[in-house]
Design a protein around this ligand. Structure first.
Ligand code: FES
Length: 69
């Protein structure tokens, strides 16, 4: 499960993102300061960017489910 890619463009896995959250990042912006997530198509950032509904995990929803934000 942790090797699921959150950001295919930059090859960033769920494990990478969870590590970042565990290290104190608690917003999409803070995660982006640590990881190059969302710098290409930005589809991974928010389901609003993913009109085709192609990605199983979007960063905003992941954060919301973990942090309640
Ligand atoms: S999937 Fe993350 S920038 Fe494209």
């Amino acid at each position: 499960m942790e090797d699921i890619l959150v950001c295919e463009c930059k090859n960033i896995s769920l494990k990478d993102v969870l590590e970042c959250i565990n290290n104190g990042c608690d917003s999409v912006e803070e995660i982006q300061k640590e990881l190059p997530v969302g710098q290409v198509c930005s589809m991974c950032l928010s389901s609003k960017n993913d009109l085709q509904g192609e990605k199983p995990i979007h960063l905003d929803k992941l954060l919301k489910s973990i942090k309640g934000k």
